[in-house]
Design a protein around this ligand. Structure first.
Ligand SMILES: Cc1cc2nc3c(=O)[nH]c(=O)nc-3n(C[C@H](O)[C@H](O)[C@H](O)COP(=O)(O)OP(=O)(O)OC[C@H]3O[C@@H](n4cnc5c(N)ncnc54)[C@H](O)[C@@H]3O)c2cc1C
Length: 309
């Protein structure tokens, strides 16, 4: 519900064809593709464009010769700045998305409401914390930083306990190929398929766990009691602890349909809401899939507006 200071910004017919929510690779690709077919868009992003890419020091799966996330983010940001048909609303986030028969209404944190024929929702995912997963018991309210935020110089020669086997561990190892940091990776059974890419790295020691209890660190070191899958128990210590337990979808309230895991499958949405990027599913979370699905989302809006779907 908007407060009294809010107002509705109703673009004149066809002044805004598309509202893009989220300025990651998927949202930027949607805005760029929309412009390429003459559609005007408004792109809403609370941070800088492609903020997630700044977390990826080394890339080896993006076409075009891109080998660093920040460098790719800079290229995309520059291209969007030159995209006249895209108006950027940076520093704002969407609090609510509503869909009606002939338009969508998007409410910003300022209370401003935007309307357009279609919205692309590309808000991605955010990091889980120990309290969000059942296989970890940790001191109440503990917030840990993800592994990708670990300072490689600080970590040199030390042992880091990594909670979870999510893919950013591979990113860390590829980004610092010569590091002497040892990673003690405690992971639940559900992560088994993800640790295949790090299994043979001599800097990694794998610790399959059923449950892990983490104790508050004293004197810089951390201690955890581990119950393994055979029922055995052991205590491990490390110089620091970081997270790699994965992410959860982040999406605005309103008419977006979510599945049991919180993701928003594109084929279950209102016809005026088009979901792109990581928000679609845990299974397709890659930069190139985000770019492709964002482009496709814009074209879907283009053909739908012309009743050509
Ligand atoms: C550490 C790490 C390493 C990775 N390494 C690789 C790799 O090597 N190769 C690869 O292909 N992929 C990698 N990925 C995955 C890749 O970053 C994602 O697949 C990609 O960024 C998804 O793009 P997206 O646009 O869907 O979402 P995001 O990039 O997450 O962008 C979503 C945007 O939406 C914004 N947003 C959120 N809520 C709102 C709201 N309410 N209103 C408005 N905006 C909102 C956010 O601020 C964010 O900028 C990695 C990810 C991480 C975390």
């Amino acid at each position: 519900m908007a407060d009294t200071a809010s107002h509705t910004e109703v673009p004149a017919a066809h002044a805004t064809d598309l509202i893009v929510i989220g300025g990651g690779p998927a949202g930027c690709a949607a805005a760029r593709t929309a412009a390429s077919v003459g559609m005007r868009s408004i792109l809403v992003e609370p941070d800088r464009l492609c903020r997630s890419l700044h977390r990826i020091p080394a890339l080896d799966n993006v076409l075009g010769g891109h080998t660093s996330g920040p460098a790719l983010a800079d290229v995309i940001t520059a291209e969007l700045a030159d995209t006249e048909l895209c108006r950027q609303e940076l520093g704002r986030h969407v609090t609510e998305l509503r869909a009606a028969d002939d338009h969508v209404t998007v409410t910003l944190d300022t209370g401003t409401r935007l309307t357009a024929p279609h919205a692309v929702v590309a808000t991605g995912v955010g990091p889980l914390q120990p309290g969000d997963v059942p296989w970890i018991t940790a001191p109440g309210g503990l917030t840990l930083s993800p592994l990708w935020q670990a300072d490689p110089d600080d970590a040199e020669g030390r042992t880091l306990l990594v909670l979870g086997g999510d893919r950013p561990i591979g990113t860390f190892l590829r980004a610092h190929p010569a590091t002497g940091t040892r990673l003690l990776v405690a992971y639940p059974e559900a992560d088994t398929y993800k640790i295949e890419e790090i299994r043979d790295d001599p800097r990694v020691m794998l610790l399959p766990v059923e449950h892990l209890t983490l104790y508050a660190s004293e004197g810089g070191t951390v201690t955890a009691d581990v119950r393994n899958r055979g029922g055995g128990r052991r205590t491990v210590t490390a110089d620091a602890v970081h997270l790699s337990i994965g992410s959860a979808p982040t999406a605005p309230a309103g008419d977006l349909v979510r599945d049991a895991d919180g993701y928003s499958p594109p084929d279950r949405q209102h016809p005026r809401i088009i979901v792109a990027g990581d928000l679609r599913s845990a299974r397709y979370q890659r930069i190139m899939t985000a770019l492709g699905s964002g482009s496709e989302a814009a074209l879907r809006a283009y053909y739908a507006a012309r009743e050509l779907l």
